[in-house]
Design a protein. Structure first.
Length: 612
């Protein structure tokens, strides 16, 4: 039954399994497969296995080998400088302080203006490189990391940095700010969302000289180095960051000031964001294949038809939209290249007050809601059917997520939804659902979501549970963060992102751990804390995967333990053939635009591209 359901569902969409699973191989890699690049000392390692043909090739040569002539690279295959890259993105967020920003959409864009000590070289292959550090840190033991920083890095040439050199003092201030979680006036704050957990592992930092410092952890941490690669974990200019502290919601491009490949000159929420090439970018000067675009432009276009028009006029090099729009544009523009990407951050989920609510703190009630949620219907309505019911770890993490076969027999995911509804209604009645104040079942959505959800989602829940308690209300996206910090009553229904690493354990802890950076309702159970401790202590990747699957199974029997996963979709894109190296992958990684991404201005499809 389960196999037939999945095959029928996906065959109907006419999407190949290869397209569906594009990029998901990284989800199977885990930290056990992390590879450091640019580490000269590793060059002498023995090969994993000896090439089978090596002996035969040298055994009895019949003639002297001849060197093949060097061929010139094919036209259009060598990256060249020039042109404007353009994409559509919402520009909203909470702040321009990268250490305190929550919204990944804004953080992805801003990452082009900054650098980190270490970064993903290829996030899908799980390879790490030095960025502001000269390479990956040396590790004399399991808890010690010795970094050497570069001496050729310059900040953007705008006040107050004015193109000055980055120093060890910049590194020290950025690290200590996040360790202490304090603002310039001494105020302690909890909104250093990503790094409080990361830096809580740090026992000591020894700043040895102008180029060397050592970080000592309080215990071995399997994920620590990979989490240091998060694109939000940047080196800020201190004066600029402290100025933002005085005006947290400022949206002036002048306070986007880093060392990265692009310098923001415009950042207007209503019109566009525009960044030009940093003329003194250290990686370009060092001869690396980076920073090919003259400019990067983001436009906050929301209307699907406006996006289509801009793409067809080549005002956009790449577009993302719903399945029907992408299919229509593909038919009209046969030169365009279509991508269907399984991306864990494209999802729908519900986080709720597990402890605080008189409804949600009743296990019967939360299990009733979890089981009554129709994940297939939600995928059809919210993602036009190009979606799967999501396990707690999104399905693109193939080796970490619960399998489709296992899900198909789990309450809340069963193919026969009538079985789910019968069980859910019994639990709702047993928990006294109709006597609970409906305020606890009024969920929040944000204004940039498809507002049609306000009709079908409450109707689905009310019908499946035989009640009238469920409703939705809308808040501006810029106020959602404060709503969550205030632990708003019914919870938030929308996309739950922050899946930023090939290994999903840190993100799991972020939402399900008591100290998690996005566990706004402070949900905790002894069972989950024990499982989290166990998975973080495990250096064997295969064993870690099984522990995480066990944690997922626990949530399935506990109403999600604070979070109800619903659906995860394929993201649908079209791009023009002249665009190279900027194609979306398994995980959001906008920093690739500052790497080997470029526009082939000799490609025939480049003709007619306007200057914006």
């Amino acid at each position: 039954m389960a196999e037939n359901y999945w095959r029928r569902h996906w065959d109907r969409k006419r999407i190949s399994r290869r397209a569906l699973l594009k990029g998901t191989a990284a989800g199977a890699a885990g930290v056990g497969a992390l590879v450091a690049v640019g580490c000269g000392d590793d060059d002498d390692d023995e090969p994993a296995e000896e090439p089978a043909a090596a002996t035969e090739a040298t055994a009895a040569p019949t003639e002297a080998p001849t060197e093949a002539p060097t061929e010139a690279p094919a036209a259009g295959t060598v990256p060249t400088d020039g042109g404007q890259y353009s994409f559509h993105r919402g520009l909203d967020g909470a702040t321009l302080d990268m250490h305190r920003e929550l919204y990944p959409n804004r953080g992805e864009m801003l990452s082009l203006a900054y650098n980190q000590l270490v970064s993903w070289d290829d996030i899908e292959a799980a390879t790490i490189r030095g960025e502001l550090a000269q390479g990956v840190p040396e590790q004399p033991d399991e808890v010690t990391y010795t970094f050497q920083i570069r001496n050729d890095v310059k900040f953007h040439d705008k006040p107050p940095a004015n193109g000055r050199a980055m120093t060890m003092e910049d590194v020290r201030w950025n690290i200590e700010r996040q360790r202490e979680r304090k603002l310039a006036d001494g105020t302690e704050t909890e909104d250093f969302y990503r790094y409080s957990a990361l830096y809580s592992h740090v026992e000591n930092v020894d700043y040895i000289d102008d180029t060397t410092f050592t970080i000592t952890l309080n215990a071995p941490s399997v994920l620590w180095l990979s989490e240091m690669c998060d694109r939000f974990n940047v080196i800020n200019d201190r004066e600029t960051a402290e100025a933002i502290e005085l005006d947290f919601a400022v949206t002036n491009a002048e306070v986007i000031l880093g060392t990265g490949p692009y310098v923001y000159e415009e950042y207007n929420l209503d019109t566009r964001a525009r960044a030009r090439r940093h003329p003194d970018y250290f990686l370009k000067a060092a001869g690396e294949e980076v920073q090919y675009f003259d400019e990067v432009i983001y436009s906050p276009i929301a209307d699907a038809q406006a996006i289509r028009l801009a793409f067809e006029q080549k005002q956009l090099d790449i577009m993302q939209s719903t399945n029907d729009v992408i299919s229509a544009v593909e038919a009209a523009q046969p030169d365009a290249v279509r991508l269907s990407v399984g991306e864990p951050n494209s999802n729908l989920g519900l986080t709720y007050p597990y402890i605080q609510s008189e409804g949600w703190n009743n296990k019967d009630i939360r299990n009733a809601i979890f089981i009554a949620t129709d994940r297939v219907l939600s995928g059809q309505q919210y993602f036009q059917g190009v979606a799967r019911p999501n396990p707690p770890v999104p399905w693109p993490f193939q080796d970490w997520a619960l399998s489709q076969e296992e899900l198909a027999t789990a309450p809340g995911y069963r193919e026969n939804k009538e079985e789910d509804i019968k069980e859910a209604r019994a639990l709702w009645q047993a928990g006294g659902g109709d006597a609970i104040d409906p305020m606890w079942f009024e969920m929040t959505i944000i204004d940039v979501q498809d507002q049609a959800i306000k009709e079908w989602w409450p109707a689905m829940m009310n019908e499946n549970l035989g009640t009238d308690k469920f409703s939705l209300h809308t808040v501006p996206v810029g106020t959602l963060l404060q709503y969550l910090l205030d632990q708003g009553s019914g919870g938030y229904l929308g996309g739950w992102t922050q899946w930023h690493s090939p290994d999903p354990r840190q993100r799991w802890k972020g939402l399900w751990g008591i100290e998690g950076n996005i566990n706004f309702y402070k949900t905790t159970t002894p069972e989950m804390e024990e499982l989290i401790s166990e998975m973080f202590a495990e250096f064997d990747t295969e064993r870690a995967k099984e522990i995480l699957r066990e944690a997922q199974r626990f949530t399935l029997g506990d109403g999600g333990t604070g979070h109800i996963p619903i659906s995860g979709s394929l993201r649908q894109y079209l791009h023009w053939p002249y665009l190279h190296g900027a194609e979306p992958g398994f995980l959001d990684f906008e920093k690739k635009l500052g790497r080997r991404a470029w526009l082939d201005q000799t490609d025939p499809t480049y003709a007619g591209k306007p200057t914006l």
